[in-house]
Design a protein around this ligand. Sequence first.
Ligand code: BGC
Length: 759
Amino acid sequence: MKYLIAGIALTAACLAGTAQAQPAGTANFTAKANALLGRMTLEEKIGQLAQIGGVAFIPGSPKPEDAIRKGQAGSILWISKPADINRLQKVAMEETRLRIPLIFGLDVIHGFKTVFPMPLALAASWDGALIERVHGVAAKEARAAGITWTFAPMLDIARDPRWGRMIEGAGEDPVLGAMVARAQVRGFQGNDLSSPEHILACAKHFAGYGAADGGRDYDSSYISDSELWNVYFPPFRAALDAGVSTFMSAYMDLNDVPATGNSFLLQDVLRKTWKFQGFVVSDANSIGDLVTHGFARDRKDAAFRAFTAGVDMDMASGTYNENLLALVKAGRISEAQIENAVRPILAAKYQLGLFEHPYVDEARSKSVIGAPEYLPLAREAAQRTAVLLRNEGGLLPLAKDAGKSIAVIGPLADARRDMLTMWSGFDVDTSTTVTVLQGIRNKLGSGARVEHAEGVQIAKQYRSMFEDLLGMKKVEPWTEAQSQQEFTKAVELAKRSDMVVLVMGEAALMSGELASQASLDLPGRQQELMQAIAATGKPVALVLINGRPLNLTWASTHIPAILEAWHPGNEGGNGIADLLFGDANPSGKLPITWPRNVGQIPIYYAHNLTHQPEGSRGFSSRYWDQTGAPLYPFGHGLSYTNFTVSNLKLASAQVKSGSPVEVSADVENTGSRAGTEVVQLYIHQRAGGASRPVRELKGFEKVSLKPGEKKTVRFSLGKSELSYWNSASKGWVLDAESFDVWVGQDASATLHTEFTIQP
Ligand code: BGC
């Protein structure tokens, strides 16, 4: 698989501002929407712009039935049961004048009933085909339930692991993020939205939500023009090029203007420059919240500002239903503007085939949702998203020797709900979720003694509204005596076992929305337990179940094997056992730079040089109390085999501006197992109209090789890879300058050459 070519298309489109790719037949749907608009009253049109919460947890939310009956709902969110969906759809189809069907929207972010690894984990596969298949299954299950719209993919670049929503995105890099964006949109939407397999996707949160000050969810983002265009926008542009039907605005202030009232984002960039043809929904309640921001005077002003900034549909705040009619009557908004907002919503309903088939087939839903045939993909995804961070002395893979005794220790070893994330749906059913303990038992059967001890408890200090909304139980804390007893029990178990698999990290609700974290240390007494277990002298492999990089500085020198498994989904335990015992070979690569500790944040590999970079001369730009280098670089991930990358060549080291730079390198499996490596290409522009990052990923290829096998990988660096948005000239530039190029296995690759672009 090769992603560079698609990368070229992405940036070329950015440069040109070409129109969004539209699926065949779109003009036809728009014509139908126009015909329907011609029959609608102004009130009916405005009603289509409202999305009503199906779960009334926002005080004062209207009952969905009432709003639908009054023609004040175009869409419903937070409902996932087929019978409920049909019940509400029936109101729209039988009790409203024009019988316009509703779109049902939900956050299907890594599976519907069959839960796959969390989105950041999927990005760690660096595998677009896998990601597309996973979201294809998610779409199929969701559509079988009557969901026709997912609020995914989340495309926010995130460089601060304190921000809990890092788990929903693809990490820190725009090129990897763009590849993941395309794959997700293709998986959800497919080629035919009227098929029973696909749903509308939503590129969210446009834009800059991942840069929240201090990693505090919802806090303001301050992002330079150059970072917006070069870093934060590319995944959104990629989703648009892949034909994404909808966008969602974001909650936070971007450079002091709330994203939901931000016409630079929603008009200038999205519509005028990128020619987006679909519709924009606000984030939940974010229009009403424009008042709270201190941006809008009142709810009417909020509705006016969001609407004129380019938000077509109001998610759950009620402000459009309350105010748009009066705003039109007062002449502040024209009916033509209302129609422009309604048209793509109606066109999407035609495109989904909802006018012909508004109801979901409840009998069919039972056979499609959670069908066992999806489990192998969930298991494969768990295998391919885990990242082997460390494997000193080749501790992994473990032998499946009969008679072996294994202690599986830690608060997450047998915690089913924590294999998933916050947004694994409502009514989450974990009855078939496989934990690491279960996975190991499944793997070894009666051939080994596998025992478990929790050792310590982990609990979140503050509950957010999501714990209540999603019915998450409160953890009853152990007494002091119990804590001591459980701790000792775990250590004793380690002592009488041949080896230990520690399963540690974070509970599901410790990341996601409203789940920022000031410390990256392992929560609770996990670090203490880890040290006590290591002190037994038994071989220890650490499996991490978590949503963000955690402080592994001690573990990285004392625990021989560390496998980052993320929140791996329903089949996580089986996939992890496959990796631990060598039935699968790890191939995941970090989509984020792994800091040593929280004080290094923000830390990302594509930073600029300074006038005195670390290690150059004297006391340079570094901390005096520790290195500035990360614990594990972006792109890092080990395998049970070894790869070497060599023979880096350029077709020519002097290239005329506008012509591509052709790069090749050989990758060889020098170990004794088959394995998969992601060969990564980074560049650095040495001089020019702006300081450029010390390294930027510009291409990668995932290569599977048998032992001793060798392959040549080729990359072509075109205009789009070599151009950047220059904030001084406010445009895309390609400087005729010298560039470094590295090809290797992570962002610290040393195999280097250089080329020059000639004017
Ligand atoms: C989140 C969105 C989500 C929406 C609907 C909001 O709180 O920020 O990402 O799509 O809720 O569930």
